[in-house]
Write a protein that binds this ligand. Structure first.
Ligand code: BDR
Ligand code: CA
Length: 300
């Protein structure tokens, strides 16, 4: 049976890999919508990139909804130094579909209301938090959240404590993690194991398809001068497709919002009955083989 998903994102080079992987697994994942949120770069740019990725995959039929242009509080974070000023590493994409007039928060509420949808959130959690605040009843309708964000054991990638998506909008992350919804959480603990290597990039290039070649160009831009870049966001989609690539433990979790030095810090308590599965281990070879196979299945 195909699983119904919605991807809430801020593409973003690793978001791009996640979106292409999901679209390449259309036999197992039914993508009901892509919603965007300001994060890696501003809202117009991430929405333009999401549209271009849908066009690249030959899936302009997937509805696209632009969401929140800023965090609930504060200025948020931006990561143009990682993803390029345009958020997509300077890789030219065809213009994709225009976003729907419906706001992302409304689209999330509408799709959640139907029941049975899995929400994959790979950017700041502003849209999702607002959807849960505006319409709390959707919490009983959403099947599962699959989130990239936070770090439980180890330093953050924005501050010593905080990972980018949670640092960008700590209040939103706290609302979502305290919702009690069943959640698979992919923090830096696990995503730091998904190393992008020249060989793994070459495997995408060798697909010889427009999507494979474009993703290889994006990953070369992502690699830049950095010694060991890692691919965070596609862990979420890979887990939906092949959960045995991952291992984790059950926790309850919240996010620091008060202490200025630690805003966005993920705080967990081990609890076998906890609603959140915190992922800790990854079979990286299996992960990249899965991504390559999915992207290879795209028509684009
Ligand atoms: C997260 O931050 C963003 O830069 C990436 O797209 C990913 O979602 C990793 O910390
Ligand atoms: Ca992202």
């Amino acid at each position: 049976m195909r699983r119904s998903i919605l991807i809430d994102c801020d593409p973003g080079l690793d978001d791009a890999a996640a979106i292409l992987t999901a679209l390449g697994a259309a036999d197992r994942l039914s993508l009901g919508a892509v919603t965007t949120v300001a994060g890696n770069v501003d809202l117009d740019a991430v929405t333009r990139n999401a549209a271009g990725l849908l066009a690249l995959a030959g899936r302009t039929d997937v509805p696209l909804h632009a969401g929140c242009p800023r965090a609930l509080f504060g200025a948020g974070e931006r990561a143009g130094h990682v993803h390029g000023a345009d958020g997509i590493g300077g890789v030219a994409l065809s213009p994709g579909p225009a976003p729907s007039p419906e706001h992302a928060v409304q689209a999330i509420r509408r799709l959640a209301r139907g029941g049975g949808v899995t929400i994959v959130a790979i950017g700041p959690l502003t849209n999702l938090a607002l959807a849960l605040v505006e319409e709390p009843a959707i919490a009983t309708e959403i099947e599962r959240l699959v989130i990239m964000g936070g770090v439980a054991d180890g330093p953050g990638n924005v501050t010593d404590w905080a990972e980018f998506n949670f640092a960008c909008d700590p209040e939103a992350a706290r609302i979502v993690l305290e919702s009690g919804l069943p959640t698979a959480l992919f923090g830096l603990d696990v995503t730091r194991q998904a190393h992008v290597t020249p060989q793994r990039i070459a495997a995408f290039d060798a697909l010889g398809t427009p999507a494979g070649k474009a993703l290889a160009r994006m990953l070369r831009a992502y690699q830049g001068e950095r010694p060991r870049p890692v691919l965070h966001d596609p862990c979420t989609i890979a887990w939906l497709l092949q959960p045995d690539l991952f291992a984790g433990r059950r926790v309850r979790a919240s996010v620091e919002t008060a202490n200025p030095a630690q805003r966005g810090r993920l705080m967990t308590t081990d609890d076998p009955q906890g609603p959140i599965e915190l992922m800790t281990a990854l079979d990286a070879d299996g992960f990249f083989a899965l991504l390559t196979q999915c992207v290879g299945g795209l028509r684009g």
